[in-house]
Ligand binder design. Structure first.
Ligand SMILES: Nc1ncnc2c1ncn2[C@@H]1O[C@H](COP(=O)(O)OP(=O)(O)O)[C@@H](O)[C@H]1O
Ligand SMILES: [Mg+2]
Length: 245
């Protein structure tokens, strides 16, 4: 059975169908990639799956068989679904370690403080933020470090499924390479990953399955090589069917 099942979900803003009848499922242990031009509904899809800040107008979302589409974002997170945001998001006035502690302690009442501290330190280690950075204020980090911290805070929640919204955006080439390594490291810990990215090479390197959205609808889905060779995908990305030179 799929760990995450999305069944015919839709979300409209007025007359705009931002996500329109989208279905797919993600197996345990997979890295599942989602691509699509700007405005195609990728982030809205993550919003309605996680309930942050809103659920779908229609459709069902199941996490390990449990329907979650009508639950609040915090309840969904407690069930084991964590996410990052397209823009670096952290508690800027708190330290790196305090940010990770919030993730590690979230939704786990009664968890001993020592266990929470260990989970926070381990998550920071996974993303490569060294002990020397633990006392720095989140607001003073570089863009790459902030992305790593947001990722660590989500990893510290020890989710079953982690949704990453454009982790490679605004990064340099070496930083993108480093991100690929750390996403692989997180996946190797048994976390199922759904990855939105505009950079297709990044998705191609990491994903076992690829889905392309366009105007809120699924344009193509399947094995990554087949999906990017699909003429409709080429057209959506390049705007025209061009012959190869
Ligand atoms: N909260 C919102 N209110 C109104 N329109 C929105 C809102 N969020 C997204 N949209 C619109 O929905 C469409 C899809 O946006 P989004 O999901 O952010 O696309 P992507 O992440 O693929 O770039 C866009 O046209 C966007 O302007
Ligand atoms: Mg987006």
């Amino acid at each position: 059975m799929a760990l995450l099942e999305i069944e015919a979900v839709s979300k409209a803003f007025g007359s705009l169908k931002a996500v329109d009848d989208v279905s797919f499922s993600v197996g345990a242990g997979e890295i599942f990639g989602i691509a699509g031009p700007n405005g195609s509904g990728k982030s809205t899809l993550f919003n309605i799956v996680t309930g942050i800040p809103f659920g779908p107008d229609r459709g069902r979302v199941r996490l390990d068989g449990t329907e979650i589409q009508a639950r609040t974002g915090d309840a969904i997170a407690r069930l084991g679904l964590a996410r990052t945001f397209q823009r670096e998001t952290s508690f800027d006035g708190l330290t790196v370690f305090e940010n990770a502690l919030i993730g590690a302690g979230f939704g786990k009442p009664g968890r001993p403080a020592r266990v929470i501290r260990e989970a926070a330190a381990e998550a920071l280690d996974v993303v490569g933020l060294p002990d020397g950075a633990f006392g720095r204020l989140a607001g003073e980090l570089s863009v790459y470090e902030r992305k790593c911290l947001m990722l660590a805070t989500a990893v510290a929640m020890q989710p079953r499924v982690l949704l990453l919204d454009e982790p490679a955006s605004s990064l340099t080439k070496p930083e993108i390479e480093a991100s690929i390594g750390l996403i692989r490291r997180i996946a190797a810990r048994g976390v199922t990953i759904v990855l939105i990215e505009h950079v297709l090479t990044f998705l191609m390197t990491l994903s076992q399955h690829l889905l392309v959205l366009n105007n809120g609808r699924v344009l193509a889905a399947g094995a990554p090589e087949a999906v990017i060779a699909d003429p409709r995908v080429v057209e959506a990305y390049l705007g025209t069917r061009r012959a190869r030179p």
